[in-house]
Design a binder for this molecule. Structure first.
Ligand code: PLP
Length: 372
């Protein structure tokens, strides 16, 4: 890639050097299948189990509550499609990633009743709003930990308590939360939680689903006996080894990350002369959506890309869609089609933040001149 400024860390992060070094042997001389019973296979299996331990420790779970997947989308599909246990009512927040909302649409097509909980104008799903849509036959509630468009941090512990009061399980998509929120499944008492390695400096192709002991979940894929018979398919050893290292580092560094990334994102916003940053009651510092009234966000992101600032309108998964991010629409933001998402990472420095904001200023001025 040319030497532009990457402000799309919510789409994906680069693999950290130490994380890559930990994974490399499993591409090379320890390439074995961890399901093989011979000694060579057992070397790979030991690495997988070590990674499981690190993932468990990072979220305060037991290792046997961690199931490796290929990433966030697979973990989300599994949690939502295989935990209903015959019940017919599911609640999802209205600000979920496509992976959750598409699953919800699929469940609906299969006869499940799906209710959506709307956020308030500050991007929060409140316990009161959730309580109003709960029913006695609700099987599952899905609310993400951190929203991928505005960075709002949801009150997961309180929301899980509402779900449990009504006899439902609670699932959280924590894909955007690992760098910036201390994850503790015992404290929040969630039943299932999904993460994805490539959002926290591990390579693409690894994720996991935490499933609290006692929660009934049927197999996501069938075939081999991997992952205690619940997720068939050869485990991606390098990806899970990398993820174990990366999640340990990320969870140990949450405070420092928030401070340093918060400093660069604030500097970016201070330097920006145009636009309305979307505010939230509680938010992570690494994701900022800004509305530039009168300028189409998609066109602005393309123009910025041409001058070396790489940002996006919404999630990479819905890139190319002509509709504005659902999160902004549901929050009641004016002109949601004029928004651009800037997301910052641990390698974004102050110089990049200032140059990027100055570039945005110049490009916005060009748009405004062209309109005049
Ligand atoms: N959930 C959220 C909040 C995301 O931001 C993403 C990726 O953008 C996903 C789920 C999907 O994760 P993956 O890319 O690992 O399938």
């Amino acid at each position: 890639m040319n030497n532009g400024i990457y402000l799309d860390y919510a789409a994906t992060t680069p693999t950290d050097g130490a994380v890559l070094a930990a994974a490399l042997p499993y591409f090379g001389n320890v390439f074995y299948n961890p399901s093989s019973t011979h000694a060579a296979g057992q070397a790979a299996s030991a690495a997988v189990e070590r990674a499981r331990g690190l993932c468990a420790q990072a979220v305060c779970a037991d290792p046997n509550e961690i199931y490796f997947t290929s990433g966030g989308t697979e973990a989300i599909n599994w949690a939502m499609r295989c935990s209903l246990d015959g019940k017919k009512h599911v609640v999802v927040s209205a600000i979920e990633h496509d992976a959750v909302s598409a699953c919800a649409r699929m469940l609906k097509a299969e006869g499940v009743i799906v209710d959506r909980v709307k956020p308030n104008s500050e991007g929060m799903i409140t316990p009161g709003a959730l309580d109003r849509v709960m029913r006695d036959d609700t099987a599952l509630v899905c609310v993400m930990t951190v929203n991928n468009i505005v960075g709002s941090i949801q009150p997961i512990k309180e929301l899980a308590a509402v779900a449990h009061r009504h006899g439902a399980s609670f699932f959280t998509d924590a894909v955007q939360a690992v760098n910036s929120v201390d994850l503790n499944v015992r404290d929040t008492d969630v039943d299932m939680l999904a993460v994805s390695g490539h959002k926290f400096y591990a390579p693409k192709g690894g994720g996991f689903l935490y499933v609290k002991r006692g929660v009934r979940l049927s197999a996501g894929t069938v075939g081999g006996n991997q992952e205690r018979g619940l997720r068939a398919g050869t485990v991606n050893v390098p990806a899970v080894v990398a993820m174990g290292e990366a999640i340990s580092a990320a969870q140990a560094g949450v405070a420092g990350y928030c401070e340093s990334v918060g400093a660069v994102s604030s500097l970016f916003l201070q330097t920006l002369r145009y636009g309305r940053p979307i505010r939230c009651q509680a938010k992570t510092p690494d994701i900022v959506s800004v509305v530039f009234d009168g300028i189409n966000g998609g066109r602005l992101a393309v123009a910025l890309s041409c001058v070396g600032v790489y940002c996006s309108v919404g999630s990479a998964c819905s890139a190319g869609s002509a509709t504005p991010p659902e999160t902004l629409v549901e929050m009641g933001v004016d002109h949601p089609d004029c928004s651009v998402r800037f997301s910052f990472g641990k390698t974004t420095d102050a110089r990049q933040a200032v140059i990027a904001a100055q570039t945005v200023n110049t490009v916005v001025e060009r748009f405004l001149r062209d309109k005049a």
